[in-house]
Design a protein around this ligand. Structure first.
Ligand code: UN1
Length: 516
C-alpha cells in the first residue's frame, strides 16, 4: 500500500498525513481519514480546506481563467492530450488506488480511469470542433453567426462512487472549452482525488499553465455551501443524491447561475419472452451487482414477462450465488464492499421494509457472514447481493426509492405497454433497458414520440450501466436533466453569443420596422 501511495506522489504530499491515528474527525481535527471500505482500516488522512483556503483557491481560479481563455482552443486540446497520456502511464496504479479507497473491484477501478482517458481523447478532438452556426439575416447586407466562448471557473462536485471519471467528464471538456475547474470531491475519496488532480495540474503547469485544475476538500458547511452560492462560479456541475441536487439547484438558481446536475437513478430492465435470455441474464447480473450496486446506473428493478418470470428469477438467483464477494483487489472477486457501515444499514433497512410490504427475498438479504471472510477483511462493509420478488399485483413501494446497494426488485408483466409504464413510474429518469428479439418491441421502447422509456439513457439488448463516453450521459425528472461527457455536452461549459454585423450603408431594422 505504501509503495502505491509513493508511486502516485501521496507519501510526501503537503496535504496528506501518511499515518493517521484513525480516530480523528473532520470537526475536531480539520482532517479527514480515508479508510479502505474493504478492511475498515485507515489508508491515510487528508487536511481539510478552511474558508480562507477556499477564498485563495477561488481567487487563483479566477486569475487562471483569464489567462487560460486566451490560449487557442486546439492548444488547450494539446494540454489535455498530454494529460490523457499521463493517465495512461499510471492506469494500473490509479485504478488500484481507486479500488483501495472506494472498494470497486480492480477491473472496474481501471475501467473508470480508462473512462477518463477516453474523455480526454474525445476532448482533444472537440478542441478543434467548438462549432457555431451561421444563419442568413433577414436584412440586406447583414451577417449573423453564433459563437461559443469560455464560461468561467467551474465548480465540480463529485460523489464517492465515480471519484475519477465523473471529474474527468467535466474537467477535460471544460479545459478545452477554456474553463478552469475547482473540484470538491466526496470526503470518502480524498486520496484518489488528489492523485488524479495532481497529474492534470502537473502536466498543465509543465506546459506553462498554472491553476487550471484545483481541488478544494472540505465539509458541505464550510466549502460546499460557499461554492454553490459564489457568483465567481458561473457553472456548478454536481453529481450525487436527489436531495443534494435540490439544494445545489435552488442555491445556484437563486443567483441565476447554471447547474449541471447528475443525480439519482432508479433504473429498470424489461425482459421480453423472445429475448436472448442468456445474454439478458449475464447483462442483468453485471447491471445489478457491478460496483456492489453503487452506480447511479445500477439496475434496481426488473420487469419480467409472466411467461418467463419464475424460470428467469431462479436462474438469476443461481448466478448471484456463484459470484465471489470479498477483497476488491483480489483476482476473481466480482463484488467488493459497500462504502460505509451506514450503507450496510440502508441496505438492511430497505430489505426489512420490502419484506414488510409483502416482498419475498429470493437470494441474499443480509450482510455477509464475517466467518466467511479472512481476518484482514473483518472490518469491511460486505453484503450479499439480493433479489426480492414483489408480491402479486406488483405493489412494492420501497422500489420507488434508490438504495445505493445491490438489491434488485423483480416484477412481472403481461403487456409491454404496462411494463413501460411501470418502468416510467418512478421519480428518477436516468437509465433503462429492454431485452427483446423483436424490432417492434425495441422501437416501441424507443418511440420517437416519447411514449417509450422516459429516461436519458435507453438501451436495447444491453444493461442499464456501463455507458460509453461518446454519448451524452444524464437523465430526466429527478435525475436533474444535466448531460455530461460526449455528443454536444461541451456546450454546457461555454456561453453562446449571437453576433450580427451590418455592412449596409443604410439603417435596416428587423421585422421591417421603419423608424424615420
Ligand atoms: C455514475 O454512477 O455516477 O454508465 C456514473 C456507467 C458509467 C458511469 C456511471 N459509465 O455506468
Amino acid at each position: 500500500m505504501h509503495d502505491l501511495l509513493a508511486r502516485l506522489g501521496l507519501d510526501n504530499h503537503p496535504r496528506v498525513i501518511a499515518d493517521p491515528r484513525g480516530d480523528e474527525t473532520p470537526e475536531n481535527d480539520g482532517i479527514v481519514v480515508s479508510r479502505s471500505p474493504a478492511t475498515g482500516q485507515p489508508i491515510a488522512a487528508v487536511r481539510l480546506d478552511t474558508a480562507e483556503d477556499y477564498e485563495r483557491i477561488t481567487q487563483r481560479a479566477v486569475a487562471a481563467f483569464d489567462r487560460w481563455r486566451r490560449v487557442p482552443a486546439p492548444k488547450r486540446g494539446e494540454v489535455v492530450r498530454r494529460i490523457g497520456n499521463a493517465y495512461r502511464d499510471v492506469l494500473e496504479d490509479l485504478g488500484s488506488l481507486l479500488t483501495l479507497e472506494m472498494g470497486k473491484i480492480k477491473a472496474e477501478g481501471i475501467g473508470e480511469v480508462q473512462e477518463t482517458i477516453d474523455i480526454a481523447d474525445f476532448a482533444v478532438g472537440q478542441s478543434r470542433m467548438l462549432y457555431g452556426k451561421t444563419m442568413p439575416s433577414e436584412r440586406p447586407l447583414h451577417a449573423m453567426k453564433e459563437q461559443w466562448l469560455p464560461l468561467g471557473p467551474m465548480g465540480v462536485i463529485t460523489a464517492f462512487n465515480f471519484p475519477n471519471a465523473v471529474w474527468g467528464w467535466n474537467a477535460m471538456l471544460a479545459a478545452v472549452c477554456g474553463d478552469v475547474s475547482v473540484w470538491k470531491p466526496s470526503l470518502l475519496t480524498p486520496l484518489i482525488t488528489l492523485a488524479t488532480n495532481d497529474i492534470a495540474q502537473r502536466v498543465a503547469s509543465e506546459m506553462g499553465h498554472e491553476d487550471i485544475f484545483q481541488v478544494v476538500i472540505g465539509t458541505d458547511d464550510t466549502i460546499g455551501e460557499r461554492m454553490i452560492a459564489d457568483k465567481r462560479y458561473p457553472l456548478i456541475s454536481a453529481t450525487g443524491s436527489c436531495r443534494m441536487g435540490r439544494r445545489v439547484g435552488s442555491v445556484v438558481a437563486e443567483r441565476l447561475g447554471k447547474c449541471l446536475l447528475e443525480l439519482g437513478g432508479n433504473n429498470a430492465v424489461i425482459i421480453e419472452p423472445d429475448a436472448d435470455l442468456d445474454l439478458a441474464l449475464k447483462s442483468t447480473v453485471f447491471g445489478s451487482i457491478g460496483t456492489c450496486g453503487q452506480r447511479c446506473t445500477t439496475s434496481r428493478r426488473l420487469y419480467l414477462h409472466e411467461s418467463i418470470a419464475d424460470d428467469f428469477t431462479a436462474k438469476l438467483a443461481s448466478a448471484y450465488e456463484t459470484v465471489r464477494i470479498g477483497d476488491p483487489l483480489a483476482d476473481g472477486t466480482l463484488v467488493g464492499p459497500l462504502i460505509t457501515e451506514g450503507s450496510v444499514q440502508a441496505f438492511e433497512q430497505a430489505i426489512e421494509r420490502a419484506e414488510s410490504e409483502g416482498g419475498t427475498v429470493v437470494t441474499g438479504g443480509e450482510r455477509l457472514d464475517a466467518g466467511k471472510l479472512p481476518a484482514e477483511l473483518q472490518g469491511g462493509h460486505y453484503v450479499v447481493p439480493t433479489i426480492i420478488r414483489a408480491p402479486a399485483g406488483n405493489e412494492l413501494p420501497v422500489a420507488m426509492d434508490e438504495t445505493f446497494a445491490p438489491i434488485l426488485y423483480v416484477f412481472t408483466y403481461r403487456d409491454l405497454d404496462d411494463a413501460i409504464s411501470m418502468q416510467n413510474s418512478v421519480d428518477q429518469g436516468l437509465s433503462s433497458a429492454i431485452f427483446t428479439g423483436s424490432s417492434r418491441s425495441a422501437e416501441r421502447f424507443l418511440d420517437p414520440c416519447g411514449t417509450g422509456s422516459d429516461c436519458g439513457l435507453a438501451y436495447v439488448n444491453l444493461g442499464t450501466s456501463g455507458a460509453e463516453i461518446g454519448g451524452a450521459f444524464g437523465g430526466e425528472k429527478d435525475t436533474g436533466g444535466g448531460r455530461e461527457s460526449g455528443s454536444d455536452s461541451w456546450k454546457a461549459y461555454m456561453r453562446r453569443q449571437t453576433c450580427s454585423t451590418s455592412f449596409s450603408p443604410t439603417l435596416e431594422l428587423a421585422q421591417g420596422i421603419r423608424f424615420e
